[in-house]
Design a protein around this ligand. Structure first.
Ligand SMILES: [Co+2]
Length: 203
């Protein structure tokens, strides 16, 4: 991707919005149906890919090593690649370091692993505040970290897209890889949340 990814994505976004408005006005689509589709891509299909990457890393030490060494190729091993995922870097959370990702310039986001960015990720408030006061912002996501944990904020650039590898929750020793993937929320891979401790616990 070239420069275009570092500029506010005005033109295509505006055209899509204009099309959606027109379709709704002409009563060709139900705005609720559009919201539903966006929700599916944003919250269900998209982040599921990233969740599988994380779950694999939790159960397979060799895979995790490859993922931390060359994320783009390790993620492609599971079949996820393409636009906005050409230069992936995976950041491992540990008890001493918690990673958070942002694009301060616009809304760069790893599409092949996370789908489309949530609205708040694109907001000016998140983009500026998470850099200046990350702990405050994390608190608003109900994530309070011990003061001994260092918070590192990673700003996407024209090429690099980040994926956070959250810590595997305790008490999941007997879980299958698929069950583990159910614990990996989108927010935990952006860094504003932790992996869930049980699949019933919703976001
Ligand atoms: Co950006």
């Amino acid at each position: 991707m070239s420069n275009s990814t570092t500029k506010p994505p005005s033109s295509p976004a505006l055209r899509v919005k204009a099309l959606e408005t027109l379709l709704v006005e002409k009563q060709l689509v139900d705005p609720k149906a559009v919201d539903e589709l966006v929700d599916i891509v944003e919250n269900r299909i998209g982040p599921r890919n990233g969740a599988r990457v994380v779950a694999r890393a939790w159960v397979d030490e060799d895979y995790k090593r490859r993922l931390l060494h060359n994320a783009t190729s390790a993620i492609a091993e599971l079949g996820y690649s393409g636009g906005q995922g050409e230069h992936m870097v995976v950041l491992e959370n540990t008890p001493s370091v918690h990673n958070v990702t942002v694009c301060t310039l616009c809304s760069c986001y790893p599409w092949p692993t996370l789908g489309l960015p949530p609205t708040w990720y694109k907001s000016a408030a998140y983009r500026s505040r998470v850099v200046l006061e990350p702990r405050e912002v994390l608190k608003e996501f109900e994530l309070v970290l011990p003061s001994s944990t260092e918070v590192r904020v990673w700003d996407s650039n024209a090429e690099i897209r980040y994926l956070v590898l959250p810590m595997r929750p305790e008490g999941t020793e007997g879980f299958s890889e698929e069950q583990l993937a159910d614990l990996v929320s989108r927010d935990s891979m952006i860094g504003v949340g932790l992996a869930l401790s049980s699949p019933t616990q919703s976001e």
